[in-house]
Design a protein around this ligand. Structure first.
Ligand code: ADP
Ligand code: MG
Length: 496
């Protein structure tokens, strides 16, 4: 049966993104919302909307039973999980399968395999996909981890196999840090997903994060939809993404692309997903993990491929064969995405929340902004800090970069701190312009110091400009005052 009504088990910009494609295709949409989201746009734009509980995610967007109730009572035949929340929860995928709801994503079994970084790495090793050197399996305890760390040599990365979104991973440089880091990773992972199991990996220095979009239908046809470079990060979380990567040429793209197709087959992956790699400074690629869902940064790949990824997801979920072969796919132009977060760069990226009385969303040729913002909305402390994704396209990298700078300066968000000033600084650095990227870019090039200087200069320019404007204004008002006195006199005179 073809999908006719989709429940979107998410909120914010990604819920709106999914609604957009469904609307175009004439597919009905069902929104769910928490107390906090009563006034959110996804509630207004969906065909139907149902309240599912309190603000805390555990009481609403993570409440599987409640969401299942709504799916059944609303007659939804499919569910789109977005990213975050239940999107990579194989229990939820299984629950949907059992209830004959089409889960728009991979099968529960495949998701289970991808969700365990160690199991997934083992499957990759079998398929001859290169992975980051590290412990052959889970480490038993901190002492076991220490033994392995000394074998492979510091620095190493401690990772919970269930981690995600930059949580549950820690770099350690000696035995003492390892003992502390082990506890931190364990508690972060337990806080996030209720369990922890740790692996040790060699920490690769000056690496780039380069990932590939995988795409595989239910008949075993697979392609890759090119790469994205996501090396500009803070706390192991992505800030700016771009495609193509400055260090991937056609030959490399095809070489790694073939590995990616093998990776998708190795875990029997269906639908869209992402294979993440680290590229060491010597040019070698190492697989790190699969994200079994639609990726936050998918719009940049949409822009260079010309495809609507949500439509592709729906078609694959409907059992349709891929309408193209690898050789049909061509990459066109350059795209950049900036994740516009509500956070204070100077307070170690702490979330900044509250009402947004006014906002101006940038637009223009080849500018795309996926956002839940509207004047009068609120940035909630309960959810992700991502408010908007600003995406630009250009025929050249330079065109897309300058377009981004101009769009960033048009973006006005009143009431909360944002990452916009930081992005302006990054995009103006020679290192960024030259494609000299690495996951430690912010530290390596003292970007926060540069931002401080940029803001100071801006402040000075502003006060100079303000002073000049004040002088012009006062001249203008002086002459107006004189005129109006003259007029008043005339008027008075007339009346008399
Ligand atoms: P998550 O599940 O949080 O996304 P990942 O394993 O994908 O975790 O890693 C997130 C980021 O952490 C990477 O993009 C990279 O910046 C850094 N990272 C992960 N593993 C390593 C490693 N072995 N060496 C160096 N950096 C790493
Ligand atoms: Mg990752």
């Amino acid at each position: 049966m073809m999908i006719e009504k989709v429940l979107i088990a998410n909120r914010g910009e990604i819920a709106l993104r999914v609604i957009k494609t469904c609307k175009r295709l004439g597919i009905k949409t069902v929104a769910v919302y928490s107390d906090e989201d009563i006034n959110s746009l996804h509630v207004k734009q969906a065909t139907e909307a149902y309240h599912i509980g309190e603000a805390a995610p555990a009481k609403s967007y993570l409440n599987q039973e409640k969401i299942l109730d709504v799916m059944l009572s609303s007659g939804s035949d499919a569910v789109h999980p977005g990213y975050g929340f239940l999107s990579e929860n194989d229990d939820f995928a299984r629950l949907c399968e059992k209830n004959k709801i089409n889960f728009i994503g991979p099968s529960a079994d495949s998701m289970n395999l991808c969700g365990d970084k160690m199991e997934c790495k083992s499957a990759m090793l079998k398929a001859h996909v290169p992975t980051v050197p590290g412990s052959p399996g889970l480490v038993k305890d901190a002492d076991d981890a220490e033994k392995i760390a000394n074998e492979i040599g510091y620095p190493v990365m401690l990772k919970s196999v269930y981690g995600g979104g930059g949580r549950g991973i820690r770099i350690v440089t000696n035995d003492k840090e390892l003992q502390e880091g082990f506890d931190t990773v364990t508690s972060e992972s337990i806080a996030a997903v209720g369990k922890s199991a740790i692996i040790v990996e060699k920490f690769l220095e000056k690496t780039r994060h380069i990932e590939y979009q995988m795409c595989r239908d239910k008949h075993g046809n697979a392609v890759h939809l090119f790469e994205r470079e996501c090396s500009i990060q803070r706390r192991n979380q992505k800030l700016i993404e771009q495609t193509p990567s400055p260090v991937v040429d056609d030959v490399k793209r095809e070489e790694i692309g073939e590995i990616v197709v093998r990776a998708a087959e190795a875990v029997d992956y269906t639908n869209l997903g992402t294979a993440e790699f680290l590229r060491a400074d010597n040019g070698e690629f190492y697989f790190i993990e699969i994200n079994a869902r639609l990726q936050v940064e998918h719009p940049i790949s949409e822009m260079v491929s010309g495809l609507d990824f949500v439509k592709l997801q729906l078609d694959i979920a409907n059992g349709e064969p891929l309408p193209f072969k690898q050789s049909d796919l061509k990459m066109n132009g350059y795209a950049i995405e900036c994740r516009i977060n509500a956070e204070d760069t100077f307070l170690d990226f702490a979330p900044s929340t509250g009402p947004v009385p006014d906002v101006t969303i940038p637009s223009g040729p080849n500018v795309r902004c996926d956002t839940y913002l509207y004047p009068g909305c609120t940035v909630s402390p309960f959810y992700d800090s991502l408010m908007a994704k600003l995406v630009t396209w250009g025929q050249t990298f330079e065109e897309s970069r300058t377009r981004m700078l101009s769009a960033l300066s048009d973006f006005y968000i009143q009431g909360v701190e944002t990452s916009i000033p930081l992005y302006k600084t990054i995009l103006e650095t020679d290192e960024y312009k030259n494609g000299d990227l690495s996951t430690d870019f912010l530290k390596r090039y003292d970007v926060i110091d540069r931002l401080t200087k940029d803001l100071k200069n801006e402040q000075e320019e502003k006060s100079d400009a303000a002073l000049a404007a004040a002088i012009i204004h006062s001249e203008y008002f002086k002459s107006r005052a004189q005129n109006s006195t003259a007029n008043n006199t005339n008027w008075k005179y007339k009346l008399d």
